[in-house]
Design a binder for this molecule. Structure first.
Ligand code: SAH
Length: 359
């Protein structure tokens, strides 16, 4: 039992079953009881560990990529350097450390972090207390000031709520979260069919739609096409839109039932890269990739970076660097390697050339 479970149960008791999108957004972002609102879920003691916290190499290479993207955009000054969902702020700290590789870039950037969680915002404020540039926080991308932007999003899109539709009696019905007779949260389906979904599928099939992600991608692509710049998305996801669902809950580094402990487990869905690419192209943006994270980091020179770091390291640090390289860019077993499961995709202004990582 969790406090959020009781609150969700009372919403359902009063207003009827809620959509999966509503359920997921309450689980993650309820103002006081949501998963991200109450804790720092990252790192060995948390529920999961992400690429920037595995090694500084990840953020440094993304920083070099941001410099290249900025140059390709015509080196605008000022330029917004935006990160969506910065977690602990490690990625931005590493990006800002390499920014002076290009002095004009370091002087041009105006740093904006988009974060809904006050708990994580304060972790980020501590992490970036000595940042070389002023940093501004916004709760929503809409509030980031306009102008040319280089935007980074690592493991952000997978945290946005999704909708599910279930094939019942030859029509699609939205998947809802309701209450069983004994008061447990259970999946059900809307009574009305969804007229806009026209895909045929066998009885019981499920389609997953990241409607929030698609709206955000549309807004970002529109801004990039009008005001120049680029967005880099790195996330676990799939390349072709297909039937089926990928909702998953993780609690204490193990998979959990998404309805069991609302607010206590991280709930995500794999990113549908093809759908995001279509949304960006519909606004006139250019799409680079998606490519695997392994390909992307290899091309940005992760092996060379690991070698350079190892030269100044003791034997124990050297083996940590080798392990991080393997974990970030390697393509073995998916649990221990991010190289294949994670993908990188960029959205740019249509006049921009191809960028490193996507060649
Ligand atoms: N990029 C980080 C963290 C990924 S977890 C890393 O790689 O380690 C997802 C992050 O997105 C968290 O910081 C979470 O609080 C934030 N977040 C989730 N939904 C959001 C939303 N709708 N708007 C802004 N931030 C959001």
């Amino acid at each position: 039992m969790t406090a959020l479970r009781d609150e969700i149960a009372s919403i359902i008791a009063q207003h009827g079953p809620i959509t999966l999108e509503h359920y997921m957004s309450l689980c993650l972002s309820h103002p006081t009881l949501g998963y991200y609102m109450t804790r720092d879920p990252f790192g060995p003691s948390g529920d999961f560990i992400t690429a920037p916290d595995i090694s500084q190499m990840f953020g440094e290479l993304l920083g070099l990529w941001a410099i290249e993207a900025w140059r390709a955009a015509g080196a605008p000054s000022p330029v917004r350097l935006v990160e969506l969902g910065p977690g602990r702020g490690t990625l931005m700290a590493d990006v800002l450390r390499v920014a002076p590789v290009s002095a004009p870039f370091a002087q041009a950037i105006d740093v904006h972090l988009v974060e809904t969680s006050p708990a994580l915002e304060s972790v980020q404020r501590r992490m970036l207390a000595n940042a070389s540039r002023p940093v501004t926080w916004s709760g929503d991308f809409k509030h980031v000031p306009h102008g040319p932007s280089i935007i980074l999003a690592n493991e952000f899109f997978d945290a946005l709520p999704v909708r599910h539709f279930v094939r019942i009696d030859g029509s699609w019905r939205e998947r809802l979260v309701g209450l069983s007779d004994d008061g447990a949260l259970v999946f059900g389906a809307a009574q009305h069919a969804e007229p806009n979904l026209r895909v045929d599928a066998p009885e019981g099939a499920i389609v997953e739609i990241g409607a929030v992600a698609l709206r955000l991608m549309t807004d970002i692509a529109r801004r990039i096409v009008k005001e120049r710049g680029a967005l880099l998305v790195v996330d676990y996801g799939y390349l072709e839109t297909s039937l089926g669902e990928t909702l998953q809950a993780v609690e204490g580094h193990a998979y959990a039932d998404p309805l069991a402990h609302p607010g206590e487990a991280d709930i995500t869905a794999h990113v549908d890269f093809a759908a995001l690419a279509r949304a960006a192209k519909a606004q006139g943006a250019k799409v680079l990739g998606p490519v695997t994270q392994g390909h992307f980091l290899d091309q940005l020179g992760i092996a060379r970076r690991a070698e350079t770091l190892s030269r100044q390291a003791n034997p124990e640090q050297c083996s940590d660097i080798a392990a991080a390289l393997e974990r970030l860019a390697g393509s073995g077993d998916a649990k221990a390697h991010m190289g294949e499961v994670f993908k990188a995709m960029a959205i740019t202004h249509p006049d921009m050339p191809a960028l490193p990582g996507f060649l």
